[in-house]
Design a protein around this ligand. Structure first.
Ligand SMILES: [Zn+2]
Length: 150
């Protein structure tokens, strides 16, 4: 690898931008938050679990505990930077795309695939209980490789 390719791969301008994003979301841009925001938002939209992010942080030499990862993901979620998609009681994914859309969940690979909001139509939905309104509807369609299981 030459020095030139190193220059192309790094994004020196992104850090101040993420600092501003965190500030606008009402979060103090601590070193850990900025480092985790870089891992989360430094590329295309994606779905990540706390364990995955913890692994990536380790590879990037960002020294944070899994508990801190959980806290930070929930803070980002509460600040509206991430959407949480619960697959089951034990597993949540955090989606960097907070826009309205649904998901396939590939069970064998523990992976989420986006479904555009327009691809799902509801023929019938119950009205919200008195005094409440529907916040949003999450559809998770579980899929697996055809023929892999009876
Ligand atoms: Zn998604």
């Amino acid at each position: 690898m030459t020095d030139r390719s190193q220059t192309v791969r790094s994004h020196p301008s992104r850090k101040p931008c993420l600092t501003a994003v965190l500030r606008m979301a009402g979060l103090r841009p601590t070193r850990q938050r900025v480092a985790l925001a870089e891992l989360l938002f430094g590329g295309p939209h994606r779905h990540v679990s706390a364990e995955q992010l913890h692994g990536e942080a380790g590879e990037a030499r960002v020294n944070v505990s899994l508990a801190t990862i959980y806290n930070t993901l929930h803070q980002f979620h509460e600040a509206g930077l991430l959407r949480e998609v619960a697959v089951d009681a034990a597993r949540s994914y955090f989606d960097t795309d907070t826009s309205d859309h649904h998901h396939f969940y590939v069970e064998d690979e523990q992976r989420m695939i986006d479904i555009p909001a327009t691809a799902v139509e509801f023929a019938k939905l119950p009205t919200a209980p008195t005094g409440m309104e529907v916040s949003h509807v999450d559809v998770v369609i579980r899929v697996r490789r055809a023929g892999t299981r009876a």
